[in-house]
Design a protein around this ligand. Structure first.
Ligand code: HEC
Ligand code: HEC
Ligand code: HEC
Length: 415
């Protein structure tokens, strides 16, 4: 009589296993699929600004180019909730920031840097030169070149390249545009003041990219140690020569397509304070990145290497009459931008896309100053003056701005 009992038990086991299997399946779909989606959706609704910024048509097309070219094989788009990530890139990515990113480009590998805060980090000319030939800009880059996005040169981008760079420039922007009100709403919706991990999303700067130029940033004093010169020269060859050229003449492989062009460092003398600021803060409105990922020791060594590139001569002192003429031309034509004392803080300065040169902290060679006055600096607000000033006036003004150089002044850019 035992056979039918065991058959029944066996039949029951099938049913039990089947029911348990279905239950297990449903539970896992719920727990791993439905619930997190619902949580994310709730979180997005609670934390997003009321009217979040949507991508433009060009940016959406750029996103497709990004996907097609496989940029996300090497670039992630998520600042993680770790100290290392926030130090380098800025605030961790919130779910709502990627709400229009379907299918998403979060990426899983970082062969190149994370791009979720790429917007506003690099200048347009830098982006084009870099996409066209990365190693012309960053000597040791392993990023592939994308010349097919251009008509033969970095300053002739196709519509696809324009869209792609518009897309790159939009990354991280929605949250920046949302501003303090957006952050406050997100924080309230997050309701996570007692959750130290989530709280990280609201600490520190939104964009902490070490290369992002800062217009009026503070800079640390750089240690100046003569023995560091060879190290500085090696760093210059590695990081700077692609743009400024091996001898600093402004003729590196990337230079011909950058506007404004890299400075001819051999024709400039810079104070320590000016170099500290240029290296720590970069130059806004130009391809010159900031170098905050290098240590102050390295930046001090680089500053010496830059100073050692100068081949400017000591010019015979100009006569008082010449200087007086220069002062007059300067007061009438230059002071509104470059400031009455030549500190780059004239009344019009704040409205310009670039900070005017501070003549107390840098001195051009006489020939370079005359050249700049004749030709202007294409890509910057500094116009050519040949139609408005005579040759004699140009020479006098060049002498005058040179006479303002006082490298021992403390390194303020503005009063
Ligand atoms: C094989 C991997 C690889 C691929 C594919 C790749 N990159 Fe890169 N990318 C890198 C590396 C490595 C760097 C860092 C060195 C440099 O700046 O060139 C970088 C740097 C960058 C930077 C500068 C980022 C910063 O914060 O300094 C941008 C912007 C960029 N890539 C965009 C793109 C775009 C757009 C694509 C697709 C068209 C792309 N990359 C494809 C590896 C890659
Ligand atoms: C991607 C190209 C690029 C790279 C790389 C680069 N620079 Fe520049 N740099 C520029 C451009 C462009 C300017 C001109 C900015 C302007 O018109 O004011 C400039 C300007 C400067 C200036 C003058 C700043 C001022 O106050 O007028 C200094 C000094 C300088 N660079 C040093 C360096 C050093 C040192 C490095 C390497 C650590 C470096 N640059 C790397 C493009 C570059
Ligand atoms: C509309 C504002 C404006 C006016 C007016 C102006 N400048 Fe400039 N100037 C600038 C800006 C901005 C720069 C920085 C450009 C750059 O770094 O690429 C600059 C740069 C320069 C430089 C080059 C510095 C360098 O390191 O290469 C010299 C020299 C100069 N100006 C002299 C003058 C003189 C002299 C006058 C008057 C005749 C004058 N500027 C009038 C805005 C102006």
């Amino acid at each position: 009589m035992s056979a039918p009992t065991s058959t029944r038990a066996l039949r029951m086991a099938y049913v039990v296993a089947c029911v348990a299997g279905v239950l297990f399946f449903v539970t896992s779909v719920g727990l791993l699929g439905v619930w997190p989606t619902q949580m994310l959706r709730d979180q997005t609704t609670r934390m997003a600004p009321e009217v979040p910024l949507r991508p433009s048509v060009s940016e959406s097309r750029g996103r497709l180019v990004y996907a097609r070219e496989g940029c996300s094989y090497c670039h992630s788009q998520q600042v993680r909730f770790t100290a290392a990530d926030t130090r380098r890139f800025g605030a961790p990515t919130l779910a709502w920031e990627t709400q229009f990113d379907t299918p998403h480009m979060l990426g899983t590998r970082r062969i190149g840097p994370d791009l979720s805060r790429a917007g506003g980090t690099r200048s347009l000319d830098w982006q084009y030169a870099h996409l066209y030939a990365p190693r012309d800009v960053v000597r040791e880059s392993v990023m592939p070149a994308y010349p097919w996005l251009f008509d033969g040169a970095p300053d002739r981008p196709t519509q696809e390249a324009r869209d792609l760079v518009a897309y790159l420039d939009s990354l991280g922007r929605a949250r920046e545009v949302a501003g303090p009100e957006g952050e406050a709403r997100a924080r309230e919706g997050c309701d996570c003041d007692d959750d130290p991990l989530m709280a990280m999303a609201f600490e520190g700067r939104l964009n902490n990219h070490p290369a992002r130029a800062i217009r009026h940033g503070e800079a640390p004093a750089l240690p100046i140690d003569a023995a560091a010169l060879p190290r500085g020269q090696a760093l210059f060859a590695r990081h700077c020569a692609t743009c400024h050229g091996p001898e600093g003449q402004g003729n590196g492989p990337a230079a011909s397509h950058l506007r404004p062009a890299p400075k001819n460092l051999s024709q400039h003398d810079y104070s320590n304070a000016r170099l500290a600021s240029a290296l720590w803060n970069g130059v806004t409105g130009a391809a010159m990145p900031a170098w905050r990922d290098l240590s102050p020791d390295d930046l001090g060594a680089l500053a010496q290497a830059v100073q050692a590139l100068s081949v400017t001569r000591v010019e015979p002192a100009p006569s008082e009459a010449l200087l007086a003429q220069g002062r007059e031309v300067y007061a009438a034509n230059c002071a509104q931008c470059h400031g009455t004392d030549g500190r780059g803080d004239g009344t019009a300065a704040d409205a310009l896309p670039m900070v005017p040169a501070n003549f107390t902290q840098q001195q051009l060679s006489l020939s370079e100053a005359v050249r700049v006055l004749r030709e202007g600096i294409p890509g910057s607000p500094m116009a050519p003056w040949t139609s408005r000033l005579t040759s004699a006036e140009i020479l006098a003004t060049a002498h005058y701005v040179r006479s303002l150089y006082t490298p021992s002044l403390p390194g303020h850019l503005r009063k």
